[in-house]
Design a binder for this molecule. Structure first.
Ligand code: AP5
Length: 215
């Protein structure tokens, strides 16, 4: 199965992708995570992407399309994958169609997660992750069971993303409405667009997505 989790910054794409990955045996492909890894490793791509990411702008299509085209050819993607943060404009959506056709596979569903802007800003500004295993948390919505200790690996070190500040979040939302939301009619026309209520509690959103995937 190949699906896209689609939504604005902070909609819960990463949170849900990790859950679906475990439940359905699919691989999460997050272009944001891949770009952050490239920035941290100071690769050629990473150096080109860093400035755009810090400004809340989209990284150039040639970089992200190249990253995904290479990644979906790897063995662990043969059983299916979840695209999280890709495509982010119509050019990327069309490039994805070409890649999937070359691999002889098809896109099963695009799941749009609807969340209002006020909640998005709250979610992003409260988000942090374990510095060791990358498990995601939130200051109020999703705290570790023991304060200051990661539930998964026991680490006491946590980190916040460089682009999770008020100014950059506003720019990321502008980019979403200007460039990414126009992709929705593209998938609606193909008859594979499904909506879920991303304002619901995390477990409820998971249940809604599972219902779409098993329909
Ligand atoms: P990327 O990393 O993709 O960030 P994003 O799309 O802005 O999305 P986020 O990761 O911020 O949010 P999310 O939807 O995953 O929410 P999460 O699950 O963490 O991209 C970063 C940058 O990389 C871009 O700005 C761009 O520069 C570049 N880039 C990436 N892909 C690109 C592409 N294809 N083309 C060009 N450039 C690209 O949840 C957020 C918080 O809310 C968490 O704390 C979570 O616990 C909480 N939460 C989640 N769900 C719920 C819920 N239902 N109720 C309450 N709280 C919730």
């Amino acid at each position: 199965m190949i699906i896209i989790l689609f939504g604005p910054p902070g909609a819960g794409k990463g949170t849900q992708a990790q859950r679906i990955e475990k439940a359905h045996g699919l691989v999460q492909l997050s272009t944001g995570d891949m770009l952050r890894a490239a920035v941290a490793a100071k690769t050629h791509y990473g150096q080109k992407a860093q400035e755009k990411m810090q400004a809340g702008q989209l990284v150039s299509d040639d970089i992200v399309i190249g990253i995904i085209a290479d990644r979906i050819k790897e063995d662990d993607c043969k059983n299916g994958f979840i695209l999280d943060g890709f495509p982010r404009n119509v050019a990327q959506a069309k490039a994805l169609d070409v890649m999937l056709e070359e691999e002889g596979v098809k896109l099963d569903a695009v799941v749009q997660m609807e969340v209002n802007d006020e909640a998005l800003v709250d979610r992003i500004s409260g988000r942090y992750t374990c510095a060791n295993c990358n498990e995601g948390y939130h200051d109020t919505n999703l705290k570790p069971k023991v304060d200051g200790v990661c539930d998964v690996c026991g680490s006491t070190e946590f980190k916040r993303r460089a682009d999770d500040n008020a100014e950059t979040v506003a720019k990321r939302l502008d980019e979403y409405y200007a460039q990414t939301a126009p992709v929705l009619p593209y998938y609606a026309e193909k008859g594979i667009l499904q909506q879920v209520d991303g304002m619901a509690a995390i477990d409820d959103v998971t249940a809604q997505i599972n219902a779409v995937l098993t329909a």
